[in-house]
Write a protein that binds this ligand. Structure first.
Ligand SMILES: [Zn+2]
Length: 376
């Protein structure tokens, strides 16, 4: 198939991002500039309306999963676009204080719902996309990374014996033991219904600089089960160990020389890269089967994006807001187009080694502490 490349979509993405109000206003406070849950619903309905049938917006209550709401009782929203055989999962804002996954996913949805461009048509033909702008609505409204377990009868946070509120990092909550939060259970069942071929998870990291040049890094690409690490090579004879490297490499090649974007590989500092088995997209790669809902053993490859600047950085996180959103849009479009055209699977997986990164010395895990790479 002829290569269309991701960049054909860029001008549209640019329009979509610039259309958001307040992109460059100096007067706004962070929370005013961040989309609320209600803002998201309004925008989803608007996109659905103007797409003339291309976009369908549903709640998990309408889908009919056993669990349907967040801990605090909010509906969980997903939008579908496209009619291809391969299903694709894109989620934003699993961490509530990492806002721009909402804007980026909505911009991509709007584009795919309205564009007559060749690349958009290709993506709609090849894929059925399931776009989740706000995986964690309660944490988003509270502007917290985690969510808080909720006593629905008392309409108050659940607490431990010492009176501390019980909080959950939703990106550690897909485990063999089950789920602490209602939304984890709901989204998991939806995943078992969709059985996507690929998934993407959009995050924020703190401010990051290139250790050698001191230049700011704006965009880091990650794989939540470390390539070549203790987990990923053993899944499906290493199929995802190759495909995830190719996916990240495709996005790197398409973003590295674009405007203000400076792209590298994600790490958590100190020579440590993550190997997080309870992360949502990790559990997808591991083919998590909970109570027989995934007894057929579906699994899919996944990567994640990290944009510098979040609400924890206060005003700093807003400076450059427009281009931070924009790099995610460009990244999503690159990722999708590479998979649609087949360019990604033709890439040399060793391109992953060329993406700028600090030397990997340890695996930072949620199952075995910090493990030196020589011990694996
Ligand atoms: Zn995050």
């Amino acid at each position: 198939m002829a290569s269309l490349g991701a960049l054909a979509l860029l001008p549209i993405g640019l329009q979509a991002a610039a259309a958001y109000p307040g992109d460059s206003s100096q007067a706004e406070t962070p929370t005013q500039a961040i989309r609320s849950y209600d803002d998201m619903i309004r925008e989803l309905r608007k996109i659905e309306h103007t797409s003339r049938g291309r976009v369908t917006v549903t709640t998990l209550a309408e889908v009919g999963t056993a669990e349907t709401h967040s801990e605090q009782g909010r509906d969980l929203y997903v939008a579908q676009v496209g009619q291809g055989d391969r299903h694709v999962w894109i989620q934003g804002r699993i961490h509530g204080d990492e806002p721009y996954g909402v804007e980026a996913t909505l911009a991509v949805l709007k584009e795919l719902g309205s564009s007559g461009q060749q690349t958009a048509e290709l993506l709609r033909d090849e894929f059925t996309l399931h776009i989740i702008p706000m995986y964690n609505p309660d944490g988003s409204e509270m502007n917290t990374r985690t969510t808080t377990l909720w006593d629905t009868e008392a309409d108050a946070p659940r607490t431990d014996d010492d009176g501390r509120e019980l909080t959950v990092d939703l990106n550690r909550d897909w485990t063999l033991e089950g789920f602490l939060a209602r939304e984890s259970r709901a989204w998991y069942e939806y995943w078992t219904m969709v059985r996507p071929s690929y998934a993407l998870d959009i995050h924020h990291q703190g401010r990051k600089r290139d250790p050698e040049t001191g230049e700011p890094i704006t965009f880091s690409l990650g794989i939540s089960l470390a390539p070549g690490g203790p987990t990923l090579p053993d899944i499906r004879d290493g199929e995802f160990d190759v495909l995830t490297r190719q996916m990240a490499s495709q996005v790197w090649l398409d973003t590295r020389h674009r405007g203000h974007i400076s792209t590298d590989r994600y790490d958590v500092g100190g020579g440590q890269v993550i190997d997080i088995r309870g992360g949502v997209v990790s559990a997808m790669m591991l083919g998590l089967d909970w109570q027989g809902l995934n007894s057929a053993g579906h699994a899919n490859a996944a990567i994640f994006f990290e944009t510098s600047g979040n609400t924890r950085d206060g005003d700093l996180g807003l400076r450059g807001r427009g281009r931070f959103i924009q790099q995610n849009i460009l990244g999503v479009e690159s990722w999708l187009a590479g998979l649609a055209t087949g360019d990604t699977v033709d890439l040399d997986p060793q391109t992953w080694d060329e993406i700028p990164h600090a030397p990997v010395e340890y695996y930072f895990t949620d199952w075995g502490g910090v493990i030196p790479i020589d011990d694996v």
